[in-house]
Design a protein around this ligand. Structure first.
Ligand code: NAD
Length: 343
């Protein structure tokens, strides 16, 4: 299978490219605009591979994207390109509307025309996978249940609203134009190669450098943590086995409060790289809460497990220790990214 991956130089996209090419033997054509969040290092092991090609391109450039779909004769699109950081969406939402909504619209239009031009049986086998987030469902109370795929969207942040908008567009392109769309709603993802603005990567590096560990509000907000390799495997399953017109929740089954996560990182860092300044828990600083901060996200991944045969394999404690060890070993990768993209 030849897959057009958008955003393949980002955190999850690069894991998807590596998984498709190196584990599954598929071919990948990666389109990435190379924003501040992109990294060449995360796909460096694929450079020169006969099954991998890269194009630096904005998904909003519809004609150029359409030309690549046709010349590469792709069998599927996995759409991960996005502005992805909630805090940035609060400070500067325009880029989120541009890429996540308008860019997704351009990509859907290109895919729709390309799909219509395909002969059978390639036409029926074609898939457009929009990679989305559990944040589209909004907040679940601490003692509430977990979101099923039937739950209505109630996005709180500009980021979540832009992803929900793109989900609606993708499903409308399925219902109206017959584009074979599959959706996935992944939970908070962590692991190697994550840009150091996201909670876990930021706390590891701040803790390592003896900087303060800022925690929003009281740190009670709960997220369900999913290892990036589990997420990448799930996305490949959604693409190959998901039914067109269906959405699949992807969760790690690892609910933790932000404070628990930060405390665990501090403790593991103390053990792996003791600091002369004392226990890193002392670096934890509570800061004013993020506006509209959802208290809890939790998805029920039962549908992906029963229909797709996928199950998260990484236990959070093991996955987190592995991630911390990876950042300790890969300073040459993250050092140049510290502060990149900040005004
Ligand atoms: P990321 O910010 O690490 O990477 C995004 C990539 O998209 C970057 O390489 C960037 O250069 C590229 N990009 C941005 N705008 C582009 C454009 N206009 N054209 C082409 N490329 C563009 O994001 P991530 O964390 O890897 O997330 C990937 C996808 O998964 C996103 O759609 C996100 O909404 C979704 N998701 C993320 C998480 C998470 O916890 N990180 C969880 C669930 C779903």
């Amino acid at each position: 299978m030849k897959v057009l991956v958008t955003g393949g130089c980002g955190f999850i996209g690069s894991a998807v490219c590596r998984h498709l090419v190196l584990d599954l033997g598929h071919s990948v054509v990666n389109i990435d605009k190379m924003t501040y969040a992109a990294s060449e290092g995360s796909t460096a092991m694929l450079a020169g591979h006969p099954n991998y090609r890269f194009h630096r391109l904005d998904i909003a450039e519809r004609e150029a994207v359409a030309a690549i779909m046709a010349s590469e004769a792709v069998d599927a699109v996995m759409h991960l390109a996005a502005e992805s950081h909630v805090d940035r969406s609060i400070d500067a939402p325009a880029a989120f509307v541009e890429t996540n909504i308008v860019g997704s619209f351009a990509l859907l239009q290109a895919a729709r025309a390309y799909h219509a031009s395909l002969p059978e049986p390639r036409r029926s086998a074609f898939r457009f996978h929009h990679v989305s987030t559990d944040e589209v469902y909004g907040e679940m109370p601490l003692e509430g249940g977990r979101f099923s795929e039937e739950h209505p969207f109630r996005p709180s942040s500009p980021y979540a609203a832009s992803k929900a908008a793109a989900d609606h567009l993708a499903m409308a392109w399925h219902h109206t134009y017959g584009l074979p769309v599959v959706l996935s709603h992944g939970s908070n993802t962590y692991g190697p190669w994550q840009f150091p603005e996201k909670l876990i990567a930021l706390m590891i590096l701040n803790g390592l450098e003896g900087r303060r560990l800022p925690v929003y509000g009281t740190g009670e907000n709960v997220r369900d943590w999913l290892h990036v390799e589990d997420h990448a495997r799930a996305l490949a399953c959604v693409l190959s086995r998901g039914r067109p017109g269906q959405a699949y929740n992807i969760g790690g089954g690892n609910e933790r409060s932000n404070l628990e996560v930060v405390e665990t990182i501090a403790d593991v860092l103390d053990e792996m790289r003791p600091s002369p300044l004392g226990p890193r828990r002392l670096l934890i600083t509570f800061v004013g809460d993020r506006p509209g901060h959802d208290l809890r996200y939790a998805v029920d991944a039962g549908k992906a497990e029963s229909e797709l045969g996928w199950r998260a394999q990484q236990d959070f404690n093991t996955g987190l220790r592995g991630t911390i060890a990876w950042y300790l070993d890969n300073e040459a990768w993250w050092r140049p990214l510290r502060g990149r993209g900040e005004a």
